[in-house]
Design a protein around this ligand. Sequence first.
Ligand SMILES: O=c1[nH]cnc2c1ncn2[C@H]1C[C@H](O)[C@@H](COP(=O)(O)OP(=O)(O)O)O1
Length: 226
Amino acid sequence: MADIGWGPLLAESEGYGRLGDKTDDYKPLTSDDIEKLAEAGFKPHQHASHGMIFFRKQNKLWDIYEQKGFAMMQMRFDGTLGFPGGLMDEGETPLQCLNRELREEIGFDPTKHAFSDNEHIASYLHEGKNLVLHFYVKEVSAEEYFALETNTLHAHEYGIETLGIIRVPLFTMGDGLRGFPAFLTNNFAGNARSQLITGLVAAKLFTQEDMTKAIEAYKGFMKNSH
Ligand SMILES: O=c1[nH]cnc2c1ncn2[C@H]1C[C@H](O)[C@@H](COP(=O)(O)OP(=O)(O)O)O1
């Protein structure tokens, strides 16, 4: 079987991104913290970078529901949802890691539309796992978005680490639950659920108020289903 590169990392990474990870365990880092990490060559932590690609489009789905656009996530090899991205290699910066991982996982061409430092939204530390997660958000045009989606089928990791790209439903149906709030009830890798929420508000696809409503609907559903 071909060496797909992550074998040696597996033992080291054991315990990362498991189902049941608590989002609250990921503490946001300040820009000073990140600067200090960079000065120390990003040691002694393990790092990973993930990116949300989206396009903005206000329209009415089926002439009924206000749709805000599309955001890209993926079904991962481990059955959880996450953003394209992955673990940082020795000598890389978080941004270099992101652009490399996106090429491997979704066939993204960094010479055409690489992520930049301006698109960094937040970084989080999970102390127990000695893991720092860096998160970026990039707006593209509708044409670029659809071309990227088509490309994913030809990416190196398609069918291995990435089992398919999905569009996050950015609308809420009449019952206040189906659509985006119901999407939040899925299982997410690491802190991808809170990254999604943060990213959509940072991109101004959701107002704080709309997002609060969606989170309340999601939490209400989770409470009633137990
Ligand atoms: O989208 C994500 N957001 C936050 N954390 C994530 C996301 N996807 C995975 N993870 C976590 C899970 C692991 O703790 C690390 C690295 O995972 P992964 O992307 O699988 O790394 P490799 O592709 O194996 O390099 O991040």
